[in-house]
Write a protein that binds this ligand. Structure first.
Ligand SMILES: [Ca+2]
Ligand SMILES: [Ca+2]
Ligand SMILES: [Ca+2]
Ligand SMILES: [Ca+2]
Length: 345
């Protein structure tokens, strides 16, 4: 059982927002490296400027640490409904124009409709996407051709265009050493069929290749993965928000109301358990919500509880990760996600 605790005081919006920010801050780095490891994209609350500089407040997501063939890279990932943004802090301390980054994405092949389906660990001609960026500013958008496969430039086909932005910046902190920061922006869905055709909320396959030219060495995530075999790639969970229509008819004047939306973007059914506690820690009720793959679920917290009002905290557990959204009636919205709890308590 994976457990994440959040406290949600429905009597005060400020407390609700505070609780969610605490949840984000306490998320552990992703360490799973066996099989197909996971990375998580948080829903963007700000739109980053792709300039190779990590501006204050620009990347509103926790750092995730990945191991690429023995080297640790830190990255932050966010998305909105149109774009995926990635920020890399590399351990590469030698500035070289030919240092390079390749990002390979696997989606399913349900062209032309944008799909809620997840990556299929299968490389299908014209259905996948790859972005290649170099420290000297070179950028190339690529696609996966039909067999015998390989990766080719989008611009080599009629209508193929370069879609995406990257920027590299060499930062020299005190104390050092200096190292590369890389910012990336790419469309989840573009007008070019040779790019991703995905919606926010899907899981994409991801393969990362970093090349340190100074020592002519490549690093891969997942370690040992290769760019022509998507069964070796990792999972990138993207986030989705809800256009929730809050049911005014049930609202009680003068009270705060939280609207709860859940989405299971995984491939397994989730069992989500909400335990409601009052301010003294007394258990008020427990509700179990089954959430099938790619299913949406939305309701009011107090309706789940079965009580006309609720003030207290909610303890949520799940046997699978999922993403969700809390919407304080007509005023604010915040997203949260249930990821594996790593550690002890
Ligand atoms: Ca920036
Ligand atoms: Ca595929
Ligand atoms: Ca393209
Ligand atoms: Ca492409």
């Amino acid at each position: 059982m994976k457990i994440v605790k959040i406290g949600i005081g429905l009597s005060a919006l400020a407390f609700l927002l505070l609780s969610i920010s605490v949840l984000h801050a306490s998320l552990p780095p992703v360490k799973s490296e066996g099989g197909n490891p996971d990375l998580y994209s948080y829903f963007a609350t700000t739109v980053p400027t792709i300039d190779g500089v990590f501006g204050s407040g620009e990347w509103q997501a926790p750092w995730q640490t990945i191991t690429m063939d023995g080297l640790s890279f830190d990255l932050r990932i966010i998305n909105d409904d149109r774009f995926l943004y990635m920020a890399f802090s590399t351990p590469d301390t030698t500035l070289n124009d030919n240092d390079g980054l390749w990002l390979y994405f696997d989606e399913d092949e349900m062209f032309p409709e944008p799909s809620y389906r997840n990556h299929d660990h299968l490389l299908t001609g014209y259905s996948e996407d790859m972005k290649h960026s170099r420290a000297d500013g070179y950028f190339a958008d690529n696609y996966y051709p039909p067999p015998p496969g390989g990766w080719l430039l989008d611009s080599g086909l009629p209508g193929g265009t370069d879609d995406g932005e990257t920027a590299w910046g060499f930062i020299t902190p005190d104390p050092g050493p200096g190292h590369w920061l890389i910012e990336v922006k790419l469309p989840l869905k573009s007008s070019d069929r040779l790019d991703l055709n995905a919606r926010s909320g899907v899981i994409l396959g991801l393969h990362i290749h970093y090349f340190d030219h100074s020592i002519a060495t490549s690093y891969f995530w997942p370690s040992g993965s290769i760019n022509i075999d998507a069964t070796t790639w990792g999972n990138l969970w993207t986030s989705k928000t809800y256009g929730a229509s809050v049911p005014h008819a049930h609202d009680v004047p003068g009270q705060w109301v939280a609207y709860l939306g859940l989405m299971n973007t995984g491939t397994s059914a989730s069992t989500v358990v909400f335990s409601f506690y009052d301010d003294l820690g007394n258990l008020l009720g427990v509700t179990t919500i089954p959430l099938n793959p790619n299913a949406h679920y939305g309701n009011w917290v107090r309706v789940i509880l079965g009580a006309p009002s609720f003030v207290g905290s909610i303890y949520i557990t799940s046997n699978q990760p999922f993403c969700g959204q809390l919407n304080q009636h007509d005023a604010a919205m915040t997203q949260f996600a249930m990821y594996p709890f790593i550690g002890t308590n």
